[in-house]
Design a protein around this ligand. Structure first.
Ligand SMILES: NC(=O)c1ccc[n+]([C@@H]2O[C@H](COP(=O)([O-])OP(=O)(O)OC[C@H]3O[C@@H](n4cnc5c(N)ncnc54)[C@H](OP(=O)(O)O)[C@@H]3O)[C@@H](O)[C@H]2O)c1
Length: 274
C-alpha cells in the first residue's frame, strides 16, 4: 500500500462510497489518516463498513445521499462542514451504467443516468465549491474511458461522462488562478458492481455482468491511482493500457476506432448488436 502523509487530516467527501471504486478509495483515504465522509443511498451498508475505514470512528461520517436529489447533496456538504469545519477534496464517484441499444431504450434511462452521473456531480460540486476554494482543495470527477471514446449500447452512460468532462474542464479554467485543482479521472474496466447495477432498455437492473470481473483492474488498484493523482494534483488521468490506447486512437483515427469499438462490443456476451 502507498505511504504518504499527504492525506493526513484532510477532509475528503466520497460519493458512491458503499461499493467498488468509492469504497476502496474511502478505505485507502482512511488508512492514510484522512477524515472520510462516505455518501451513498445504502446508509446501513456504509455504517457497517465504517469500522474498516478508520480506527478512529471520529474520522468517519456516513451520510445517506441520493446524488440525483439536489437537497441531499446540499445536506451532505452541510453535515460535512458541521462536523469537520472544512472540505479539502470532493470525489464525485457515484455512478450508474446502462446496456441497451438506443432504438430499444426507454428515455427514462437516459434521464436517470444524467441525473445520477452528471447532475449528481454538478450538485455536489456546487455546494462544496466555496469550501474547496477556501481550502485551495481539489474536486474529482470519476468518469470513464467512455467519457472520451463513446461506447455503443451505452448512449446514456457515454453522454453523461462526456458531459461531466466538459463541466469539470470548464470549472478548471474558471478557477485557474484560485488554487483549486480539478481532476478528470477515467478508470478503464474495473472490478465492481457497476455492470450488475447497469440499467437495461426498460430501466430495470441488468443483474449480471458480461465480463469476467476477476480479470479486470481491482477497485483497490484503481483507488491507489486516484490517490497518486490527487497527491500530484493532476488534472487528468486515464487508466489501463486498453483505456490509454482507446483514447489515443479515438483522437488520431476516429473512424477506425468506431469500427474497432463496434467489433469489440459485438464480441461481448449477449451483445446488444445481435
Ligand atoms: N467499474 C468500472 O469498470 C468503471 C470504469 C470506469 C468508470 N467507472 C465509474 O466509477 C464510478 C464508481 O463505480 P463502480 O464501478 O465502483 O460501481 P459500483 O460498485 O456499482 O458502485 C457505484 C456506487 O455509486 C453509488 N450510487 C449509485 N447511484 C447513486 C445515487 N443515486 N446516489 C448516490 N450514490 C449512488 C452506489 O451506492 P448506493 O447504491 O448505495 O447508492 C455505489 O456506492 C462510477 O461513476 C462508474 O461510472 C467504473
Amino acid at each position: 500500500m502507498m505511504k504518504t502523509d499527504y492525506f493526513k487530516d484532510k477532509v475528503i467527501v466520497v460519493t458512491g462510497a458503499s461499493s467498488g471504486i468509492g469504497l476502496a478509495s474511502a478505505r485507502l483515504f482512511g488508512k492514510l489518516g484522512a477524515k472520510v465522509v462516505m455518501a451513498a443511498r445504502s446508509l446501513d451498508k456504509m455504517l457497517s463498513l465504517a469500522p474498516e475505514i478508520s480506527d478512529n470512528q471520529d474520522n468517519v461520517l456516513c451520510v445517506k445521499t441520493d446524488v440525483s436529489v439536489e437537497d441531499d447533496c446540499r445536506e451532505l456538504i452541510r453535515k460535512t462542514v458541521e462536523k469537520y469545519g472544512r472540505i479539502d477534496i470532493l470525489v464525485n464517484n457515484a455512478g450508474l451504467s446502462m446496456r441497451a441499444m438506443f432504438k430499444d431504450l426507454d428515455l427514462s434511462v437516459i434521464h436517470r443516468l444524467m441525473d445520477v452521473n452528471f447532475w449528481g456531480t454538478v450538485y455536489c460540486t456546487k455546494y462544496a465549491l466555496p469550501w474547496l476554494l477556501e481550502s485551495r482543495g481539489q474536486v474529482v470527477g470519476v468518469i470513464s474511458i467512455a467519457g472520451f471514446s463513446a461506447l455503443p449500447a451505452r448512449t446514456g452512460y457515454s453522454c453523461s461522462k462526456y458531459a461531466i468532462r466538459g463541466f469539470l474542464d470548464t470549472l478548471r479554467i474558471e478557477h485557474l488562478k484560485d488554487g483549486l485543482n480539478v481532476l478528470v479521472f477515467a478508470p478503464g474496466y474495473t472490478e465492481s458492481n457497476v455492470r450488475n447495477a447497469a440499467l437495461v432498455a426498460d430501466g430495470s437492473p441488468q443483474g449480471k455482468t458480461p465480463l469476467d470481473e476477476g480479470k479486470l483492474m481491482s477497485a483497490e488498484k484503481c483507488a491507489e491511482y486516484l490517490a497518486r493523482g490527487l497527491k500530484a494534483r493532476r488534472s487528468q488521468m486515464i487508466l489501463t493500457g486498453l483505456g490509454k490506447a482507446t483514447v489515443a486512437a479515438h483522437r488520431l483515427f476516429p473512424r477506425l476506432t468506431d469500427s474497432l469499438t463496434y467489433s469489440f462490443i459485438a464480441r461481448e456476451e449477449d451483445s446488444p448488436f445481435k
